[in-house]
Design a protein around this ligand. Structure first.
Ligand code: MG
Length: 163
């Protein structure tokens, strides 16, 4: 069954949000690069790639169901934060916001009786649990590290290993 206009428009908005997420994480990567925290920067680059994949998953879904993808301008992301903890608190807050958007899409799919969208969105609902968990873990680690320079160097090394 072809995708309905309402669902198509809502997913198009989400494509923009996922691309914005990627843009935000890339901005965070730049912030870490400038601070010489290469591992943190690497982690954020990988995260930005993930967001591009999320956008493309929605992009392909709309296309496969006979809809039309329309791209809008991407909002300018923030570019300065209060240290690594500030960055990851922001990232966690952002992911919580995205989770709310995904839930909104799931509600719409349900009210539209769009079963294909409901099924596709299940993947994103699970993905958001992971995204929030990962960001929260790093926030907690940064809180433990506090103002310890060696702790930060160790965490930088760990995050630099992200595949
Ligand atoms: Mg995402």
């Amino acid at each position: 069954m072809e995708i309905g206009k309402k669902m198509q428009d809502a997913i198009n908005k989400q494509i923009n949000q996922e691309l914005f997420s990627g843009y935000l994480y890339l901005s965070m990567a730049a912030y870490f690069e400038a601070g010489n925290l290469k591992g943190f920067a690497h982690w954020m680059r990988k995260q930005a790639e993930e967001e591009k994949k999320h956008a493309m998953k929605f992009f392909d879904f709309v296309t496969e169901r006979g809809g039309i993808v329309s791209l809008e301008a991407i909002e300018k992301p923030a570019h300065s934060w209060k240290g690594p903890l500030g960055v990851f608190e922001d990232a966690l807050g952002h992911e919580k916001k995205v989770t709310g958007m995904i839930y909104g899409l799931a509600d719409l799919a349900e009210s539209e009786k769009d079963r294909a969208s409901e099924s596709m969105l299940k993947w994103f609902i699970d993905e958001q649990v992971e995204e929030e968990k990962t960001a929260n873990e790093i926030v907690q680690k940064l809180k433990m590290v506090g103002s310890s320079g060696s702790g930060l160097v160790m965490l930088d090394k760990e995050l630099g290993k992200r595949e």
